[in-house]
Design a protein around this ligand. Structure first.
Ligand SMILES: [Mn+2]
Length: 337
């Protein structure tokens, strides 16, 4: 029987049977985006664009999904009436896929999806409820370290600071070139944060030295890692439709090199990843296609890590069927406007 492609699977792959190796999870979430609109439609546009991405990866040396079963979930659309309850809803949606049995790739949606993903990752067998073991590696134009934006502590502009407030042990950032004085202060005062500014890594004369230092940081990491890729970390020319495109960003190949070096580190396990702030571009598919190419690169590098023993299934059982955490708790830990 011929395999039917209905356009709904990432990379246009046909549906398969067996245990899930990779889950592509669209989080059509847009609540606090400050400038552009359309991030809720981004994940689906990225999945549609991914049908045009080549399945063959040079590093992997074979076609994706390289024998793994890859599933693409239906769009998540928040139903709850308040932002905090929507975050709880997203946590419940992400939670089953962070059980150590498969690799989840989340597609956003605004960067506000990060705290619920991190909270779900806290229950991953390799993290075991202690987020201080987890490192978050972030490519972004913005530091996302504000305490609040216009009074909203769960704004996309606060995604990294809320993740640190949840207890994340380390945050490594690159591509950063748009941030406030409050964020500059947090970068220097919070020793968990290491930031590589685009001003340094993209410098016309000395950039290659700073970039090598970024790669060295990635090579020295240990333990479980979540990789969060805000596509506005790339130069605005590559992703003109994202919510807030910023000039002077990372090249496509710098993003690829970051992914390859990160997943190539034998001392870490990348347990999950997200590609966010995708917005459909109407006249050309460039923005969503760039996101689809990098999402594919992440999956190829995960599959390579799995083949070469840097990713293994972990911790069967021992986990409640639903998360007990609620984002209502944040009333006490983050400042009000
Ligand atoms: Mn961001």
């Amino acid at each position: 029987m011929p395999e039917v492609f209905d356009g709904s699977q990432f990379l246009g792959l046909p549906s398969q049977d067996g245990p899930v190796g990779v889950a592509v999870i669209p989080l059509a979430y847009e609540l606090t985006t400050s400038y552009g609109m359309g991030t809720a439609e981004g994940p689906r546009a990225c999945i549609e664009a991914s049908a045009q991405v080549e399945l063959f990866d040079q590093l992997l040396g074979e076609d994706l999904p390289a024998g793994a079963r890859m599933v693409t979930l239906e769009d998540f659309e928040a139903q709850a009436p308040t932002l905090r309850l929507q975050l709880d809803e997203m946590l419940g949606h992400a939670y089953p896929w962070l059980n150590g049995q498969c690799f989840p790739l989340f597609l956003g949606g605004e960067h506000g999806i990060l705290p619920p993903i991190i909270q779900a990752a806290s229950t991953h067998p390799l993290v075991g409820g202690d987020l201080s073991k987890l490192t978050v590696v972030q490519l972004d134009a913005h530091a996302d370290l504000r305490s609040h934006l216009n009074g909203e502590i769960f704004s996309h502009a606060c995604a990294a600071s809320r993740s640190l407030d949840l207890g994340v042990g380390r945050l490594l950032q690159a591509g950063i070139r748009a941030y406030s004085s409050e964020e500059a202060t947090r970068i220097t005062s919070d020793e968990r944060i290491t930031t590589f500014f685009a001003r340094d890594t993209q410098h016309p004369h000395t950039g290659s030295k700073a970039w090598s230092e970024w790669l060295e940081e990635l090579r020295e990491l240990r333990g479980p890692v979540h990789f969060t890729l805000d596509i506005d970390g790339l130069d605005g020319a590559l992703v003109p439709a994202t919510g807030t495109p910023v000039p002077g960003g990372l090249s496509y190949w710098q993003a690829v090199e970051t992914i390859e070096v990160l997943f190539g580190n034998p001392n870490i396990t990348v347990i999950s990843a997200d590609v966010n702030e995708i917005t459909p571009q109407q006249d050309t598919p460039l923005t969503q296609f760039t996101a689809a190419c990098l999402g594919t690169k992440i999956l190829a590098c995960h599959l390579l890590a799995k083949r070469e023993g840097r990713w293994e299934k972990s911790g069967v059982g021992e986990r409640a069927s639903t998360p007990t955490y609620s984002f209502e708790h944040f009333k006490q830990v983050a400042p009000s406007p």
